[in-house]
Design a protein around this ligand. Sequence first.
Ligand code: ADP
Length: 533
Amino acid sequence: MQGLMQDIPLTLDRIIDHAARWHGGREIVSRDGQGQISRTTYAEVHARAKQVSNALKAEGIAPGDRVGTLGWNGYRHFEAWYGTIGIGAVLHTLNPRLFPEQIAYIANHAEDRILLADPACRPLVEQLLPQCATIEKVIYLDEDFDAWIAPHAAECAWGGFDERTAAGLCYTSGTTGNPKGVLYGHRSNYLHCLMTLQSDALALSARDTVLLVVPMYHANAWGVIYSAPMVGAKLVMPGQRMDGASIHELIETEGVTYSAAVPTVWQMLLTHLKETDGKLSTLQRVTIGGSAVPESLIRTFHDDYGVDVVQGWGMTETSPLATISQPDARIAELGFDEQVPYKLKQGRLLGGLDLKLCDDAGATLPHDGKTFGRLMIKGPTIAAAYFKGEGGQVLDDEGFFDTGDVSTIDPDGYMQITDRAKDVIKSGGEWISSIDVENVAVGHPAAELCAVIGVSHPKWDERPILLVQLKPGATCTKDDVLRFLEGKIARWWMPDDVLFVDEIPLGATGKIDKKLIRQRMTDYKLPFGDPVR
Ligand code: ADP
């Protein structure tokens, strides 16, 4: 119809163009594997990203070709990112923490042509190359990268293609079967960026200094790779070192106001702060997601450091952020203690998406906060299929994607994950939420990490057992832990055994690796006795 608004394709190159033009002097601070700090700006990374585009073209990279990256968060990775997607090529982030065989499988499946790798990954790359026939060239993200782009001009036409062009590729970790690729589009990531910037979501602003702890290979660093430049936030990239001391130092020296990461990273930071009597003088708020956030984490951040924790939920297939535990008008009026139960939930849906709960037969379930079922999601930032059609049809008749999570939705619209469908413990025909038990148990002062898995039981099908990794130097007994749980969880949810382990294994994205725990526990036998206390 005549008089309609301008029709400008939502391509992601516009985001970095905008950052360079309107927030050009805003800093990007990176720390490399040696601890060396580098400082650059949005204007400089924009110019170098253009050089990357020309370098890629000189290598014969065409629109649609996949360019792999294998590295930590740093400015060269950022330049490679925008330089690749600006010319319509697809940026494929590989996770260096995966097993080499998995990385090789993924690089081959994606048919990556060029690999841009962190220098610390050199031994890994040398191991991979003989298995990856499509990779024509490897460039290391150090002086090698600088020399590669140096001969090229900082002028290059970007965009000019359909907003439905593919921009990024990220494989899910493949907890069942082989990893599958999730293919992001320019439009889908652009929309995700706008959706997450609202004040009821990540609420980033030009006044923020963002510590990008969540890796760029983990679903576009939860979209912050786009949202930070969109608003001109200062970016701090921590490289490979994610231990409490390193993270704390960056927060304090760079004046970080906001950060996002999985709970285990924050657990390490808080342990470090306790040991060193450290302070958080500038940090205001953190988004925590990827796995459920324990109550003790929310309370310690609030009570001891004045930091607001907001929980987010999402998955690689959902771009990733889809729900967030920000308060609605009624809950915002409540005191902190009354808000905590809502902060423990995964939260309310972002605008533009749709959510439903289904039983195994596909019937829709009520939002009463009690009935749990399969969580299904739909929207322009949700996967329609996997790359190359792996896994076949993934949507139901109404176009909803099955998340593989089991959850409830309360009458206020707060969704709460009960468990991943494959982690849920079935005892005597009823479900026990391993997440709930873990989150209470990790509140024990001696516990660093806790994991609950189901083990088979002749009478009850499955019973929960609790694994505890103690804080350094802490001691505790099985009875201590059980007493601590008493009254905080249903009696029949009480673990049948508590095992103290040296290490609870973490997977490639820093989440507790239950698949590995189950493998390690295959020979485990439950202690004798009736489990229901
Ligand atoms: P993977 O963990 O397999 O690498 P993702 O990072 O995509 O893949 O993980 C998505 C899953 O992580 C979700 O389906 C859900 O089970 C879990 N998850 C994400 N955020 C939360 C949260 N806030 N609370 C509980 N579980 C979460």
